[in-house]
Design a protein around this ligand. Sequence first.
Ligand SMILES: CC(C)C[C@H](NC(=O)[C@@H](N)Cc1ccccc1)C(=O)O
Length: 710
Amino acid sequence: TSFIFKEVCGYPLSIFFIVVNEFCERFSYYGMRAVLVLYFKYFLRWDDDLATSIYHTFVALCYLTPILGAIVADSWLGKFKTIIYLSIVYAIGQVAMAVSAIHDITDTDRDGTPDNMTFHVVLSMVGLFLIALGTGGIKPCVAAFGGDQFSDHQDRQRRTFFSVFYLCINGGSLLSTIITPILRAQDCGIHSQQKCYSLAFGVPAALMLVALVVFIVGSGMYYKAEPQGNIMLDVCKCIGFAIKNRYRHRSNQYPKRQHWMDWAEEKYDKLLIAQIKMVLKVLFLYIPLPMFWTLFDQKGSRWTLQATTMNGYFGSLVIQPDQMQTVNPILILTLVPIMDSVIYPLINKCGLNFTPLKRMTVGMLLAAIAFVCAALVQIEIDKTLPTFPSTSQSQLKLLNMGSETVTIKIFNDFFVLQASNEYFTFEAGQINISVGHPEVRNTISLAKGQRQTLLIPLTITDEWLMTDDITSKPQEGNNAIRFVNGMKTAVNVSIPAANFGLIEPFSYSNYSLIKNGKVTFTLWSGSQSCEYSTDFGFGSSYTFFIPSTLVFGPNCQESITAAEDIKPNSVHMALQIPQYFFITAGEVMFSVTGLEFSYSQAPSNMKAVLQAGWLFTVAIGNFIVLIVAELAKLPKQWAEYVLFASLLVAVCFIFSIMAYFYTYIDPAEIEAQFKKNVNEDDEDNKHKLQKTERSNGKINVTKLSYYNMA
Ligand SMILES: CC(C)C[C@H](NC(=O)[C@@H](N)Cc1ccccc1)C(=O)O
């Protein structure tokens, strides 16, 4: 097809539209993905399990649909039309998501909650399906279409294009993962104000429309390779025939052929057979690759959970656990240019031939190192975690509600205390406790696997109270807070974000979860009030004791005491930076290189198919996470990290052997030779034909017997 070819600094101008399109599309995808789980949980009101499994199913689907997109592009519509049509599907999906998040549509009683949840669920599921189809479908086409814009001699420019392409992916995703959570946190609505998920989905929808428009604007400048018929069907038929024919001629009387695909020669074109051999060689090499993605994609799950047990204060800035993920695109934006302009040229200067497959091997090793770092950080975190009772044990803490210290005897140990900050561990069952002079004895029952606090009343002869305490670290960096009222009157405790309710005399409240930062509690007793302020870190639990001697007035800061049930997270989130650094350096070497490798090694009519094969390794990697995590169930998280690192090192070893035997090819060159062969149909020339292969990244000329050209 005809097109206007314009070049800027040696690069086709058309790629400008392609990279801008990718930037907007990735903004749209990652922006929507960033708030998806919260939308499931808080808007659709699904539980954590359902929300997580639908989320992962959606992500997996996004990496399975590239196969569909590639088949449509390579065999029917061509990449250009496939991108346009599927982008429209994609944009409709994003708009459906935005509409599904407008609570006012079904909020007939105007109480702020949707009244017909089925409408919202169905619309959002349809939306997600369309998005998965769209994003997955266009993904292999956009990268391959970009690669198509370069001519055969523009190898260096094409490599740079793939790096810039990767930068755009990460620029778009970085911006959107910062922006959409902010949009979600706004209040909006017609009849009542609710969290603005519709805006958080609406902006990605708008960006997808921008992506589509930008892509269409560049239309006249693209080189559009024509689709060459239903290539996938031909490939399947050809492979099927080769297998059948080989089986039919299994007896020793038939001479062996060099490659099992050569058994298709009777019926199929030699060029097609050669192209299938090229693709199969690369696909075989892909077998170990999903393991890299298995580790890589745990950034969003395991590493984020790890961050929830860490301290996120960076000076006055507080980083939320899920925000740590933005370190990845930030590092990509810095590492890709450094690698391309400093590290790789430096390695070249040292005379080392750092081939794509060697880069990918190093990338895998770096990812394994990242997991070793994650294990080391986990060991540090584990040291700071509380030791909870085993299933046969119980832990007990004492809180004296009186103003005088009392002597307490448990078995033969004496304690003189107001309150004990530490838990004492016992075998579960009954224990005898004596308190004060004259001694008041009591037998208390300790529950198995529980933490409890014994509240010793003001008058020790009164009934003793036992509270059930928290037995796990509060999730997502929250702090679990409760109050014990030692006063003779009921007290109401509140903060803007939570109300502990009315706490009866000599009684206690339930735990409430509150965020980190400075919190001011207001205590009310009748018309009297006072304020108590304190600072919270991440993941702590406190029992605040209101003594009988408390005087209501401007403040009650001095009187209230805090017992630390669980210490705040003390290992700093900055310690995750090394693991992010290694996984991202690994990603640059593995993923950016792999993207380009998949393009350069694919025959012209199967470029998108190999891109889809590459993305398929991502989908398999995600499934492995689910399977290994489910099967291994290691008691210690650090051990699971070490297991994943070891698996990747083992896989990397296998991959390096496979890579050693891989011969780089130039598909365009081979195809050209074939075509020349057919055109000339000259016996003499045929014998002269030699195969141009790239061995260890350098072009060398060898016999082309493998591809059976002669
Ligand atoms: C997995 C994909 C093949 C590669 C690519 N992803 C990335 O480049 C990630 N670094 C982007 C990212 C952004 C924010 C949080 C985590 C990851 C892609 O999406 O095409």
